[in-house]
Ligand binder design. Structure first.
Ligand SMILES: Cc1ncc(COP(=O)(O)O)c(C=O)c1O
Length: 383
């Protein structure tokens, strides 16, 4: 179908992959809790033979997510990290990845402490300047792996510029779109070859399940990743698939509210005397505000701010009452975290210093509560 004739985002979020169950008419997709499938005769199945290889609830979610990101197919995995691992499973010893130097800390941990042992090679660059990506590409580079905006410093990478550079050199671009969700950013429109999400975050949206997805732009990627699902086995369970399918139905309304609350909160923090700096792409003071307006349709609700010291950060985190201190993001409830000791502990102090991540930084995933209540909570905690 021509892109222009596709139904709108919310319509696809609710209907793609969510057709009524043909055998019962059930409007909500059934959870196919089955490991295997009865076969009529040797070699004759109804399209499924074993749930590691395929499951109807999973098929529905894969259709839904492909439609939302504008891909041709998608493959879902047991977690965001399992999806990143699946990208590595497409490679062989001696292949190289150019990665952004500011990623969710678990990604360089996987690359350097596990995948490097199998002969994969990695170079980290500041991808906010696409020339750095260009300089790092080698003859054996297979993928450029970026996250935009980055976790937690909210740096942006120009997806179109990096894709053009990578394609000229024969490599593919994988974009982690977890922070924006397809509602606010669709990397494939800007030339990305694959889109990754930790579905654990905004796609699920309710902090009640783990998962990951790779949205594909070619049949080759889709087939190879289906093989990785079947061969390596880190697939999403039918129940988790159902949770994400349920979550994406309200993605548009949730994202609108996240964005509205995020903007109000960023303004509040920017004007607060105890806050030294606010990292949010929706602020005109953000160095890449212009790029944010070009490749994103909203700014979301991820905000990092500088409290000045570890002591200040600790005090603030202890005093919050409505905001929940915890890892993760993208749920309906506001989560507050300390990147240096939580999400980015894995990259060590040297790694954090290299990207400018300080001990005084606090990250907010602004939820969809009444924003006045969130501000009141932060006001008392900062005070
Ligand atoms: C941007 C980003 N990418 C990937 C991941 C990894 O996802 P998961 O925790 O679902 O394995 C996370 C987790 O926090 C993340 O924030």
């Amino acid at each position: 179908m021509n892109k222009k004739t596709l139904p709108g985002f919310s319509t696809r979020a609710i209907h793609a992959g969510n057709e009524a169950d043909p055998s019962t008419g059930a409007v909500a997709p059934p959870i196919f809790a089955t490991s295997t499938y009865a076969q009529e005769e040797l070699g004759k199945t109804k399209g499924y033979d074993y749930s590691r290889a395929g499951n109807p609830t999973r098929t529905r979610l894969e259709e839904n997510l492909a439609s939302l990101e504008g891909g041709i197919a998608s493959r879902v995995f047991a977690s965001g990290m399992a999806a990143v691992g699946a990208v590595c499973h497409l490679m062989k010893a001696g292949d190289h990845i150019v990665a952004s130097n500011n990623l969710y800390g678990g990604v360089p941990r996987l690359f350097d402490q596990i995948m490097a042992n199998f002969g994969l090679e990695f170079t980290y660059v500041d991808s906010t300047d696409p020339h750095n990506v260009e300089r790092a590409i080698r003859r054996n580079t297979r993928y450029v792996y970026i996250e935009t905006p980055t976790n937690p410093l909210m740096g942006l990478t120009d997806i179109a510029a990096v894709s053009e550079i990578a394609h000229k050199r024969g490599c593919e671009v994988v974009v982690d779109n977890t922070f924006m969700s397809p509602y606010f950013q669709q990397p494939i429109q800007f030339g990305a070859d694959m889109v990754m999400h930790s579905t654990t975050k905004f796609l699920n949206g309710h902090s009640d399940g783990l998962g990951g997805v790779l949205v594909c732009t070619t049949k080759d990627q889709a087939e190879k990743l289906a093989f990785v699902q079947k061969a390596a086995g880190a697939i999403m369970s039918p129940f988790e698939c159902w949770l994400v399918l349920r979550g994406t139905k309200t993605l548009a309304v949730r994202m609108k509210q996240h964005d509205e609350n995020g903007r109000v909160m960023a303004d509040f923090l920017s004007g607060h005397p105890k806050v030294e700096q606010v990292f949010y792409p929706g602020l005109k003071s953000h160095p890449q505000y212009e790029l944010a307006c070009r490749q994103m349709w909203g700014f979301g609700s991820m905000i990092t701010f500088e409290t000045g010291s570890l002591g200040n950060a600790k005090r603030l985190l202890k005093r919050v009452r409505l905001c929940t201190m915890g890892e993760s993001l993208g749920g309906v409830e506001t989560l507050i975290s300390h990147p240096a000791t939580m999400t980015h502990a894995a990259i060590g102090q040297k790694g954090r210093k290299a990207i400018g991540l300080t001990d005084g930084m606090v990250r907010l995933s602004v939820g969809i509560e009444d924003v006045e209540d969130l501000i009141a909570d932060l006001e008392q905690a900062l005070g």
